[in-house]
Ligand binder design. Sequence first.
Ligand code: ADP
Ligand code: SR1
Ligand code: MG
Ligand code: MG
Ligand code: MG
Length: 423
Amino acid sequence: YECDRTLGNWKQMDAESLKSNLISKYNIFSQAEENSLKVSEIGDGNLNLVFIVATDIKQVIVKQALPYVRCVGPSWPFPLNRAFFENEALQFHNKVAPELIPKPLFFDKDNSLIVMEYLAPPYIILRKGLIQRIKYPKLAKDIAIFTAKTHFYSSALHLDNKTYRQKVSFWSENTEMCTLTEQVIFSDPYVDSDYNKWTTPHLDEIVNTIKTADDELIIAISELRHKFITAKEALIHGDLHTGSIMVTESETRVIDPEFAFYGPLGFDTGAFVANLFLNFFSQKQHETEPSKISEYSQWLLDTTVTFYTQYEEEFLNIWNGISDVQNGGDFPPNLINKNNNIKIAIQIKYLKNVFQDTLGFAAAKIIRRIIGIAHVEDLDSIKDPYTRSKCEIAAIKFARSLMVNRNQFKNIQEVVDLAKVYY
Ligand code: ADP
Ligand code: SR1
Ligand code: MG
Ligand code: MG
Ligand code: MG
């Protein structure tokens, strides 16, 4: 399923073609249901079409890739085969963490289209929930389990070496998605690019410093970019921001893994942490006294700490065969398994590397969401430009410090303490 620039059999779906496919080709609805089927397009992401197709008693989601970047338009062509990789990732997630994703129901390769379970209200996109200042008690643990399981079970800690190499090769074909990330996260925000934007002139000065006078930052982002390109640790989600998570107060589901590939684990954990911090800095708009930390802001910080602590704990538990054993880990191999101290030392080193990557990638993701092409509603929705700029400048300064000093932090609590200093 190569990606070429021709459309092949791909046809953009409308209500009529969708109904007909769902009945005759995908067998999701019956002929008898045809007259009661209703279709509405609800996509609010940057890239794809998303439809709800429903009768009075049954609903499904249909997601179709477009041959271009939706939020830019046809001037930026984009590969249709991302739907193939999204479906492959969903199938893997469905094996290792079925309770944490919408169930995949059908994949139409010709039309780059996925039919999946509809997550009905009260499910909402997590970003929207955080903007409404809703607390989610299970969120940190659920995302820790999702990331730990998907990372561990696709890594060479778990897979035999030959299978692992085959998977790295297979997923490296999702290459144009990585190219987009390399541009919009690791390059554009640090140079003059027509795609960059920021929402007030109050940011001109800090943006100019980033692009012209911050050698340490440019070195750091270059190293992170290199790591993004070369690390092949496991199958990562690739776009795990708070718009890729749907929640109720008691349940969590991860959606939208179209950017999945074999990459650095810290890119996923960093995405989640970055988006919690983006919301945290947006909360500054509500504070009645300077630098005061409201109860909700503190909940965001606690959630960050719980998430990261549980991610490491869950990852180690699987590695050690304590929880959720499909097979545990076979690294280090038998030659040294007589000495458990060696295993512990290797695990500590492994997780230290993931932690430092998490901080670096989190910082990169904070910066790109404020001065790059794709922003976040948490900050963009702050009406008063001066208030917004205060939140954004605090977030950028924090991210800058986090990125260049990413190897100095001992634990996630120290990171949260730094965020409070810049708040
Ligand atoms: P994109 O790749 O364009 O970002 P997403 O997969 O993130 O597309 O979906 C866009 C929006 O569609 C989501 O923000 C959410 O509102 C809605 N959506 C997607 N999948 C589901 C689902 N399984 N159930 C309910 N809503 C969904
Ligand atoms: C053109 S940049 C669009 C962004 O939206 C996706 O969800 C990814 O985050 C990507 O970087
Ligand atoms: Mg999305
Ligand atoms: Mg997407
Ligand atoms: Mg991002």
